[in-house]
Design a binder for this molecule. Structure first.
Ligand SMILES: Nc1ncnc2c1ncn2[C@@H]1O[C@H](COP(=O)(O)OP(=O)(O)OP(=O)(O)O)[C@@H](O)[C@H]1O
Ligand SMILES: [Mg+2]
Length: 361
């Protein structure tokens, strides 16, 4: 693997924007929550920017945060309550989807790869003259998405671990497409490495919960969609994945263990909103990622139960169980089933589920 950051190859210069943010704060008599509303960063992170420089909690604010503060000033420093009906970040920023369910094998990675590849073939809504720019973020220690997209570990470029280290030391990263682009793939990848588990273990849980959201701020201006492949376990990193999302998408297979996983995600989304860690996160879709059709009786009962419980976000289309899904994903480079076998029923299933998620409010 290439030496990361040692030659300043990926790392931008450390810039301390905090003094200017403090100045604006004092001048406009802003609270932590106001700065959070303007910049899109959590109030806890804002606190770290505003704390004394010699405090162990002190964190250097990203340049992007200062830019958003300056933009707010230049637009006339509107009262914050008037902003709450407007997006706090420009509309060109990526929509972040987290595919999550702590139950293993519920279809997270397969769905991320299929949806990401399909989105990358669609025209961008921001600029219809080009295709969507899509980034896959592999947040799973197993590295399944990474290994599917980059078969040789030596070819891995930028990883989540690199950025966690950078973020934890209060530094900032300046985006370079070549850090996440792999020539044969139609999507970019922020990879997982085999040290990710131990790297994450070294970060305080209260910091870890915010870490992925903060890291993705560096990437959001460059993408239409960012899709996170979640992990099959619980803990602060699992919460961090949900906290980083605009839309949470929950795949499940029709068995009771997967359904317990669905309800756990709802609980966490609720807590993240109530605690104002991410006020905008919401469940956009719950969908069955793999089911035999025609339905077996027990599968039908489980599907109806999930629909009754989550009627607003339950996706009526289910993904058919077929070897075509595996064949597309196992190819190198991987293909979405919509490309691998466009006329197959399952290709239409994926198209419909993707539309359901895109259209979810
Ligand atoms: N519609 C489908 N038809 C057939 N097989 C499928 C379908 N969807 C998923 N699978 C298979 O189910 C298995 C589990 O899927 P996947 O790895 O995507 O789940 P996961 O939630 O990412 O698992 P983990 O929690 O271990 O990361 C894989 O072998 C995948 O190929
Ligand atoms: Mg997986």
């Amino acid at each position: 693997m290439r030496a990361l950051f040692s030659k300043g190859e990926y790392m931008t210069e450390v810039m301390d924007c905090n003094d200017r943010i403090k100045e604006i704060r004092a001048d406009k008599k802003l609270k932590h929550a106001d700065i959070s509303e303007i910049t899109g960063y959590s109030p806890n992170t804002v606190k770290k920017w505003l704390t004394a420089k010699d405090s162990k909690h002190y964190q250097v604010a990203p340049v992007q945060a200062l830019k958003l503060m300056e933009q707010w000033l230049s637009e006339g420093a509107k009262p914050i309550f008037q902003m709450s009906t407007e997006p706090s970040l420009p509309s060109a920023l990526a929509e972040v989807w987290a595919l999550t369910n702590h139950k293993g094998g519920s279809g997270k990675t397969t769905s991320v790869i299929n949806f990401a590849l399909m989105l990358s073939k669609q025209n961008s809504e921001i600029d219809p003259t080009r295709k969507n720019n899509v980034l896959i973020v592999d947040a799973d220690f197993q590295q399944n998405a990474t290994k599917s997209l980059v078969p040789f570990p030596n070819d891995i470029k930028l990883s989540i671990s690199d950025l966690l280290r950078l973020n934890d030391s209060g530094k900032t990263y300046s985006y370079k497409k070549s850090d996440v682009k792999y020539d044969v793939l139609g999507v970019d990848l922020l990879a997982a490495t085999n040290t990710m588990s131990s790297d994450i273990a070294g970060i305080e849980p209260h910091d870890l919960v915010f870490a992925l959201k903060e890291i993705l701020e560096w990437f959001k201006p460059h993408y239409d969609y960012i899709l996170i492949d979640g992990l099959p376990s619980k803990g602060s990193w699992y919460v961090s994945v949900i906290a980083a999302a605009d839309k949470v998408v929950i795949p499940f297979k029709p068995n009771k263990f997967d359904v317990w996983g669905v309800s756990d995600v709802f609980e966490h989304v609720k807590k993240l909103r109530i605690r104002e860690i991410n006020k905008k996160v919401r469940v956009a879709a719950v969908f069955c990622s793999d089911v035999a059709r025609p339905y077996r009786i027990l599968d039908k009962v489980i599907l109806e139960e999930v629909q009754d419980r989550y009627p607003d976000v339950f996706c009526p289309t289910t993904i058919k169980n077929t070897v075509k899904v595996k064949e597309g994903c196992d190819a190198y480079p991987p293909q979405s089933v919509a490309d691998y076998d466009p006329k197959h029923d399952v290709a239409e299933d994926y198209r419909q589920v993707l539309d359901f998620i895109k259209n979810a409010k």
